[in-house]
Write a protein that binds this ligand. Structure first.
Ligand SMILES: *[C@@H]1O[C@H](CO)[C@@H](O)[C@H](O)[C@H]1NC(C)=O
Ligand SMILES: *[C@@H]1O[C@H](CO)[C@@H](O)[C@H](O)[C@H]1NC(C)=O
Ligand SMILES: *[C@@H]1O[C@H](CO)[C@@H](O)[C@H](O)[C@H]1NC(C)=O
Ligand SMILES: *[C@@H]1O[C@H](CO)[C@@H](O)[C@H](O)[C@H]1NC(C)=O
Ligand SMILES: *[C@@H]1O[C@H](CO)[C@@H](O)[C@H](O)[C@H]1NC(C)=O
Ligand SMILES: CC(=O)N[C@H]1CO[C@H](CO)[C@@H](O)[C@@H]1O
Length: 843
């Protein structure tokens, strides 16, 4: 019996090995089990959401038409202390990869281990910085030893779990290094030898799947060099046997504290993707497909905000961002309809003025792309004997070389409007009136309070001093004002002038907050004059210097210092004589007292009932019940200044609602024409971020503990808990829209309309929550309606029946589907191009 079992097990093990997938590549595509594939990929970084959210994020990615999920691996998260690994909770990479496999999708594992990613220190653990003789990201033995050790660790973990495609797992690609090509020349000849070493080190790990290097024109064979950017059409890899791959297509852009909110119109994202496949690309990845949240101190930058929403197809909270998600889903379907033709042959291109037609034709298949790259003018083109209307800056996709199934500028997908709505906490007993939360507090001492404080002549560099164990470093000094100092002659009007490498500084004189200085993403450091009032005799100067995420990008980014660099001097207002304090003896304290007491958990006997307002350096605590329902929860920090928040001991990140975006830079943006990270921005003059995600996974039904550390002063009673609610579903579709994908049969060779009744475009509405139905039609107009979702208005021409037809078709059902034509609505204005606009709500 035993012998039989062993034989059976051995046989099973052999089958697993044989069941492995063979992933290679050629000049056209990634080749999986001998078949070239057109693949659509999207980035989801596992620690930017919680494990509870993963299955749904992955399913929504699959529903959105992705084949591959791409993630970086975050070294500093997994090895915070050398040789002490952590793969639990949000760090459970193996579970994440397995969940992707369970959904039937592939994985692109970008190990790096330098990852950039707006992540603290680009993903490097800070202890690397302190290894004697180390130079990061170059041909340096101590660094290469560490990089090899960590890369090997991750590869071995994946192999042990049989997660490589060669072992039957989902991982079809891996990445080593990251965008090094942008800076290779800064590292001299050692840069080149480092890249060659990294490539052969990676290859030697025998993963059985190809490796890529992104933004690395000289990636050595067999590594594939791939493109990152807003557009990658026209990219050609560095060898004739490598496929054209796009590893980062930025679906939006990251938010910084002090910046406006960037967004990228979906018509332009779709245009860039369609152009890429049109011009021979076969693998592209959305960076990000779900951006998520920078919990704790994971943000880099500096000044990267806590939200990493990225205007991605799935919003920060994991809900589809419509119509972006739906329009890209339609695009993916259209591209997949062309897959056989795309991989079967080389493209033939016909170029006209601002026009480009590309044909993929064999004896059995034919697919075509028609692009109008003009940034202003629509055109009518004739192709294969038929005429086609091409809006400016758009691509039409013809999977049979005849019928347009998709145009990047014509959105068929529904849009949604979501809002964060305040929840009220109700009195449990009376169950009626809203109650306010009870707060308690602890004051953080100003200046030195720890017996671990130390003295030193001169100013220290912050990163080397704190090792990034905390954001905070106190620089304290006492200065004796005898009364004959020149600056006192100005009636005690004195200025403290100081210079810092960043990122923020709060100045206290004799225990009182006197002012702050703040850098920003582009200029983290600052010089600042803060007016101060000194008294004769002893004066205590306490400078609280803090970091807001460490730099993650650029040549030698790891050597960027922070903290007060000096000079620090006192200067009279009218009489410019100065006293330089820089080289005097300073006292330093790493971190705050409350941090060393572990106040973030809320467990302490020191809490005092009360809510002092506008008090700098105050810890606050309250208990709250989870907002009812299942919708995502956020805290609106309006009323607070700057600090950090913890829910049940878990850091939800740094909050900073008082850092406003500039008042200018948010003018109307058209999707037409090349996009850049500052082209489309919103919320100018408003807080860069006022809503902060509290994952449901971290909440209990009752008695949750919220702790805040407020640095500059705020009013916690103004904080509100909000849930994300769907306000409206909308759709605006014209009679001339391409027919929905559903109208076509799946058989690629004989692609036909499923039925004559599908010859007209349709609007499709669907309540995202499967247990909801359409409860009202707030607006309906067939004719010449205008406006956007939430703000439609009738035009000069409208059918009188639109509202009642929509009500009849939709109310009471989760989905509805209505033909956009005069047959349905009657023709209110013959000869005029008409559209149908609908706004509905679900309940
Ligand atoms: C994997 O596929 C490549 C290309 O299709 C082929 O040359 C190679 O023999 C295959 N390897 C195995 C182990 O099947
Ligand atoms: C394209 O053709 C349609 C009708 O066939 C016409 O209404 C429209 O004005 C033309 N557009 C352009 C840009 O020529
Ligand atoms: C500044 O103060 C010093 C010391 O009191 C004095 O000698 C000098 O004349 C003053 N200079 C000006 C420009 O007032
Ligand atoms: C940290 O200290 C090291 C060793 O003293 C020094 O070489 C380096 O420049 C310092 N780093 C910064 C950012 O100042
Ligand atoms: C609604 O649209 C009109 C013009 O179409 C515009 O003036 C108005 O500001 C919009 N309102 C909102 C809330 O977007
Ligand atoms: C060259 C460049 O700008 N690269 C950026 C691409 O986008 C990713 C994600 O935002 C950044 O991490 C890179 O720095």
């Amino acid at each position: 019996m035993m012998r039989f079992l062993i034989a059976l097990l051995a046989a099973l093990a052999m089958t697993t090995a044989v069941l492995g997938t063979n992933v290679t590549y050629d000049h056209r595509a990634v080749v999986i089990d001998g078949k070239r594939r057109v693949l659509v990929s999207g980035s989801i970084h596992y620690p930017r959401s919680t494990p509870d959210m993963w299955p749904d994020l992955i399913q929504k990615s699959k529903d959105g038409g992705l084949d591959v999920i791409e993630t970086y691996v975050f070294w500093n998260l997994h090895e915070p202390v050398k040789n002490q690994y952590d793969f639990k909770g949000r760090k459970d990479l193996v579970t994440f990869v397995k969940l992707v496999a369970d959904a039937g999708l592939y994985v692109h594992l970008r190990i790096g281990p330098y990852v950039c990613a707006e992540w603290n220190y680009g993903g490097f653990p800070l202890w690397l910085h302190f290894i004697p003789g180390i130079e990061l990201r170059t041909d340096n033995e101590p660094f290469k030893a560490e990089m090899k050790r960590f890369t090997t660790k991750i590869v071995s973990m994946m192999k042990k779990e049989n997660l490589y495609a060669s072992q039957g797992g989902p991982i079809i690609l891996s990445q080593i290094e990251n965008e090094y090509g942008n800076f290779e020349s800064n590292y001299g000849p050692a840069g080149k030898s480092y890249i060659n070493w990294a490539a052969s080190m990676a290859t030697s790990l025998n993963t059985g799947v190809p490796w890529v290097m992104c933004q690395q024109r000289d990636a050595p064979d067999p590594l594939i060099d791939t493109c990152n950017g807003f557009y990658c059409d026209g990219y050609k890899p560095n060898a004739a046997n490598k496929p054209t791959m796009w590893t980062e297509n930025w679906t939006g852009w990251f938010l910084t504290f002090g910046g406006a909110v960037p967004y990228r119109p979906v018509e332009d994202v779709a245009y860039s993707v369609a152009r890429f496949y049109q011009r021979g690309g076969t693998f592209q990845n959305y960076y990000m497909y779900h951006g998520g949240t920078n919990f704790g101190h994971t943000t880099g930058g500096p000044f990267i905000a806590t939200s990493y929403d990225y205007d991605a197809p799935l919003d920060e909270y994991g809900a589809p961002r419509q119509p972006k998600w739906g329009h890209l889903k339609d695009l993916h379907k259209a591209i997949k309809m062309c897959e056989d033709a795309l991989v079967a042959t080389e493209p033939t291109t016909f170029v006209g003025q601002n026009l480009e037609a590309t044909l993929y034709k064999t004896s059995s298949t034919c697919a075509a792309f028609l692009a109008n790259v003009d940034t202003k003018n629509d055109v009518n083109v004739s192709f294969n004997g038929k005429s086609y209307h091409l809006p400016a800056w758009s691509v039409s996709i013809l999977p049979d070389c005849k019928n347009v199934v998709f145009n990047t500028a014509k959105i068929n997908s529904m849009a949604t409007v979501k809002r964060f709505v305040a929840t009220t906490f109700r009195d449990e007993l009376s169950n009626s009136k809203a109650i306010s939360l009870d707060w308690s507090y602890i004051s953080e001492p100003v200046g030195i309070s720890s017996n671990k404080a130390f003295n030193k002549l001169g100013l220290v560099e912050q990163l080397n001093t704190t090792s990034d164990q905390t954001d905070y470093l106190w620089y304290s000094i006492s200065t004796d004002i005898k009364g004959n100092e020149p600056f006192l002659h100005d009636g005690y009007q004195t200025t403290l002038r100081m210079k810092s490498l960043g990122h923020v500084l709060h100045l206290f004189i004799n225990g009182k907050h006197q002012g702050s200085a703040i850098g920003n993403y582009d200029n983290p450091g600052f010089s600042k004059d803060i007016p101060v009032v000194l008294k004769p005799g002893n004066n205590k100067l306490d400078l609280l210097s803090l970091t807001v995420g460490l730099k993650n990008y650029g040549a030698f980014f790891d050597k960027t210092g922070t903290g007060v660099s000096g000079p620090v001097e006192l200067e009279g207002l009218t009489n410019k004589s100065t006293v330089d304090l820089s080289s005097q003896r300073w006292t330093y304290q790493i971190g705050l007292k409350g941090e060393s007491l572990g106040l973030n958990t809320g467990d302490s006997s020191l809490w005092v009932l009360g809510t002092p307002k506008s008090q700098p350096l105050t810890w606050y605590k309250t208990n709250f019940d989870a907002p009812s329902g299942e919708n995502p929860v956020a805290i609106d920090f309006t009323g607070m200044g700057k600090g950090e928040a913890w829910v049940n001991g878990q850091s939800i990140g740094r909050y900073w609602p008082t850092y406003l975006a500039p008042t200018s830079g948010c003018s109307d943006c058209s999707y037409k024409g090349p996009y850049s990270s500052t082209k489309c921005q919103k919320d100018c003059g408003k807080p860069s971020q006022k809503l902060y995600h509290v994952p449901r996974e971290w909440l209990k039904p009752r008695e949750n503990v919220l702790v805040l550390l407020e640095e500059i002063g705020g009013d916690p009673t103004q904080i509100s808990f909000k849930t994300q609610e769907l306000e409206s579903l909308c759709s605006l579709v014209s009679e001339s829209h391409p027919l929905p994908m559903e109208a076509w049969t799946q058989n690629k060779a004989t692609r036909k309309l499923k039925s004559e009744s599908m010859r007209k475009p349709r609007i499709l509405l669907e309540c995202p929550n499967p247990s909801h139905v359409i409860s009202s039609i707030k607006f309906a107009s067939f004719g010449t309606p205008q406006g956007n979702c939430g703000n439609f208005s009738h035009g000069y021409c409208k059918s009188p029946n639109a509202l009642s037809i929509l009500q009849k078709a939709c109310i009471g059902s989760r989905t509805c589907n209505v033909e956009v034509s005069s047959t349905t609505f009657g023709d209110p204005c013959i000869g005029v191009a008409k559209s149908l606009a609908v706004e509905a709500s679900c309940a």
